[in-house]
Design a binder for this molecule. Structure first.
Ligand code: FUL
Length: 623
């Protein structure tokens, strides 16, 4: 017995001695909280507040507290829908730029407590945090430091007001998994600016929620992906260089945020936020513009499938409920994801690798097929460009290839290729991409093959991969072409500039093959856009929509004038601002205070975000 035990010990010792240690972490690595956050993959954002009732994107802070009056608020309904849609958490706009607080914040006089809603005893944060607990969801808070209501905003005193605001929101409702800081700091004509005290704010957040992930353009927990379309870069590093930047003053360019920095000093993974509707807040006029399943899947592939988290906004309506159209679409979205990812077609393959770390079983390439997150394929430190091959006894058909790097050890892979064996026994390249990260889903043509090869072409340290899976997505991702002005009470006009020769026609474009084409015109930043309606009409307002994704710039602020003859103009709206249009270049509807009788409408740019601006659509309201 004794000798058998010693033999066993000896074999064990020999085995352990032969198993090389795990690769050392490379570069910036995530904290365990950041890994757990990344594994959430899809979360729900809820924009809700005075803007829900006033039909604007950004309230100016002068709204009466009584504007906020949901008739049937039910946060359990939100949580039930989020849960059914497979979301792991909900983040609520507790305070947007208008300053109104959805909880009784003692640091403010502009909150639910001052309103008539539920006799001043309502508290949306309490209700939602409890609903999240009941439905097994994590709870997060969006708070805008920009405050258009607080009288101290723009002075040093505001920093203390904001600290107390954070204290109140973060100490009263249990665990907050993510604290979402909007980067805005006074925008538009006469926008007061504030010198934010970030060290003070962060200390307050961590004092109450030491594990929370702080979102901002520069983290430190996670970063904005650089657009509000839910799309990460095809190259997407979770590492970012943040030194020298400060939120509210200077931040990396949207392009850098979209891609991250290769070898960046900090781990600040991307979070891609996007609304299920054109606007962030509910508007009845957008009820028929809920994103299609194809759009949501395209967003999923461009966010979760590109090493980012998807934060999908589903705004609550005036009742305080998620509208039926949105919840139905969410459930369709979840059903599609469940269907697509139900069967991993790589299972059952035999796996060969060009190299295995220390030739040890522990790091073998078969681990790629294993669902255990901490089980991975690794190679020796000196090996940077390994490959592995999956072989099947029967041909497999797929069009999605999912690859995961084991991020607790850092993000390492720079470039890789996928090849499939064709019927003649030749390897054919089916994809060539950059970066993997936590999760990469490569969209390939529908491929039927008996063997698939993953070739790492460049890595910053020996690659460590924990998953390679194949799926077949038979949903059509065809997206409708060109956007149209909302049809409810708009008569879209095929606009003409007064001098059409000055407008350059855009033929259509697409960035990476996934986006629809769009048509429109591009005008120089100093060139007014004028339309001739052909006859005089009673106008109640107008709509402007930039070109798709804000290409060629957006009109941000303009003077709006009307004319009956195209020569004599009357300015009806000076300094008209299209709120948040740069980040979210969707249609904006502006209503005049009084209807105006006119044949011509002119928008004279006061501010554009580029040397040109695009016009996808323009329409006038006649009701
Ligand atoms: C932006 C805000 O200005 C928008 O209104 C919205 O809340 C979006 C999520 O963040 O910065």
């Amino acid at each position: 017995m004794r000798s058998r035990f010693s033999l066993f010990t000896l074999i064990l010792v020999a085995f352990v001695a032969c198993t090389p240690p795990a690769p050392e972490p490379f570069g910036a690595v995530p904290t365990p909280e950041q890994v757990a956050w990344q594994q959430m993959e899809t979360n729900m954002f809820v924009h809700f507040g005075p803007n829900t009732f006033t039909d604007v994107e950004w309230g100016d802070g002068r709204e009466s507290v009584n504007v906020f009056a949901p008739s049937a608020l039910d946060c359990r309904q939100w949580a039930a829908i989020a849960r059914a849609a497979g979301m792991k958490g909900i983040i609520l706009t507790a305070k947007h730029h208008d300053g109104f607080c959805l909880w009784p914040n003692p640091a403010s006089r502009h909150t639910v407590a001052q309103s008539a809603w539920r006799n001043g005893r309502g508290d949306v944060l309490r209700e939602l945090s409890e609903a999240c607990r009941e439905y097994g969801l994590r709870f997060g808070i969006y708070i805008s430091p920009w405050d258009r209501n607080d009288p101290t905003y723009g002075t040093e005193d505001y920093n203390e007001v904001f600290r107390k605001t954070l204290e109140s929101a973060l100490s009263s409702y249990g665990e907050v998994f993510e604290q979402w800081f909007d980067g805005a700091c006074g925008e538009g004509p006469n926008g007061k600016r504030q010198v934010y005290d970030w060290p003070l704010y962060h200390a307050e957040v961590y004092a109450h929620q030491p594990q929370t992930i702080i979102f901002s353009d520069i983290g430190p927990g996670c970063r904005w992906i650089g657009n509000e379309r839910g799309k990460a870069g095809r190259t997407c590093w979770s590492t970012l260089d943040v030194e020298g930047f400060e939120l509210g003053k200077s931040v990396p360019t949207p392009d850098t945020l979209n891609r991250g920095n290769r070898g960046g000093k900090c781990w600040v993974a991307g979070e891609a936020d996007v609304s299920i509707r054109p606007g962030w807040f509910y508007r009845a006029s957008e009820d028929d513009r809920v994103k299609s399943l194809a759009e949501l899947l395209t967003i999923y592939y461009a966010s979760v499938g590109r090493n980012s988290l998807l934060l999908l906004n589903v705004p609550a309506d005036k009742r305080g409920l998620i509208p039926a159209a949105d919840s139905v679409r969410l459930l369709e979205f979840r059903a599609a994801l469940d269907r697509i990812f139900a069967t991993d077609l790589a299972q059952g393959a035999t796996v060969e690798a060009s190299a295995v770390r220390g030739n040890s079983k522990k790091y073998r390439a078969e681990n790629l097929l294993d669902e255990n997150y901490d089980c991975y394929w690794a190679v020796d430190d000196s090996v940077r460009t390994p490959s592995c091959t999956l072989r099947f006894t029967e041909p497999r058909t797929f069009n999605r290839v999912m690859i995961q790097e084991y991020i607790p050890l850092g993000q390492r892979v720079v470039r890789f290729r996928l090849e499939a064996l064709d019927a003649d026994g030749h390897w054919q390249e089916i994809a060539s991409e950059t970066t993997i990260g936590y999760k990469r889903i490569v969209l390939t043509d529908c491929t039927t093959t008996t063997a698939l090869r993953l070739i790492i072409d460049e890595a910053m340290a020996c690659p460590v991969l924990n998953r390679l899976a194949l799926y077949l997505d038979e949903t059509s991702l065809d997206l409708p072409t060109a956007s149209v002005v909302a049809p409810w009470d708009v008569d879209p006009v095929d606009f003409r500039t007064l001098d059409p020769s000055e407008a350059a026609a855009v033929d259509g474009y697409s960035d990476d093959g996934a986006d629809p084409l769009s048509r429109g015109v591009v005008l120089a930043a100093d060139q007014p856009l004028a339309i001739d309606l052909g006859r005089s009409m009673k106008l109640t307002g107008f709509c402007y929509e930039p070109l798709l994704e804000g290409r060629h710039g957006c009109l941000v602020i303009c003077d709006v004038a009307v004319s009956s003859d195209g020569r004599n103009w009357i300015t009806v709206l000076p300094d008209c601002m299209f709120d948040n249009i740069v980040n979210n270049p969707a249609v904006r509807t502006i209503r005049f205070k009084e209807p105006v009788q006119s044949r011509y409408l002119r928008l004279t740019p006061k501010y554009t975000n580029a040397s040109t601006y695009g016009v996808g659509e323009v329409g006038v309201l006649i009701r």
